[in-house]
Design a protein around this ligand. Sequence first.
Ligand SMILES: C[S@@+](CC[C@H](N)C(=O)[O-])C[C@H]1O[C@@H](n2cnc3c(N)ncnc32)[C@H](O)[C@@H]1O
Length: 311
Amino acid sequence: MSGYKTQIPPIKCQGIKSKLVTWIKAIVPSDFNGRWIEPFMGSGVVAFNVRPSEALLADSNPHLINFYQAITEGKITAASTRSFLEREGAKLLQSDGQHYYAIRERFNKEGDPLDFLFLNRAGFNGMIRFNKNGGFNVPFCHKPNRFAKAYITKICNQVQGIVDACALGNYKFQCQDYATTIKEASSGDILYCDPPYIGRHTDYFNTWNEEQEKQLAILLSETKAIFILSTWHSNEFRTNQYIDTIWSNYDIITREHFYHVGAKEDNRNPMLEALITNFNTHYEEKKEPVISQLSLLDMQAQHIIADKPSE
Ligand SMILES: C[S@@+](CC[C@H](N)C(=O)[O-])C[C@H]1O[C@@H](n2cnc3c(N)ncnc32)[C@H](O)[C@@H]1O
């Protein structure tokens, strides 16, 4: 194992692949020097760790894209993040947490990217969720002293990490549907696709169903680029039916991922994660399990996946 430390981005999201980054990086062809394209960028953790010289990172959620665009335009820096979080964090503490809801109301009217960061880092379980009118509706994490000095420093270092990554390469962030992004890929590019898993939560910017999975497969079968698709393979209750149907013509490698629920050592839910590719990865399976904390939302999702075999 190399001593590589995964760089964590400032915005968290459900399904973030921080624990799988090293595995994904290991299958990127060593002679790759094209564009790295992500139609479902989420937090961007994969791209920011692959560190390509050119990237197109897209998502249907405009707030994620606005945040990263503000960084590339120099509107958000580590210093501006620090003064913002120190000011708003102090108000949060004084208000015994009520200020979270004032920021949420302001964000839902004005959509400021620093307010989005504040809500993402002080909201329950770092979730991103919007109601049917597009309003952010995650409740407060119930820690009025959320923005203690060390936590602010950690977030500012994460912002600086993105500033540095964007300065080294040519990174474009676009809010658009995955179909548009996939059609922009050409020979020599890599498409890394990490769509929401079918059966997981849906909200205003984030839905996924069988029709979209099929549409994704058609678009990927037509692309001249090479692709890596993240999906789930199986858990203790069932197997992802699309692996042997929609995705059966491609290469597949799997890796066990233990989602850790709560504090107890033995409270682990094994899930086999899959990477599907249209090229031979020559990857030797390693047996080291990956462990990550499961949010309540993911627990609910696993429950849904386990309970609805026909989905
Ligand atoms: C599983 S997350 C990606 C996680 C990301 N790979 C990471 O590690 O942080 C899926 C992302 O797809 C986005 N998304 C959902 N539907 C989409 C669509 N139709 N077009 C583009 N993006 C979409 C969601 O907003 C979400 O950010």
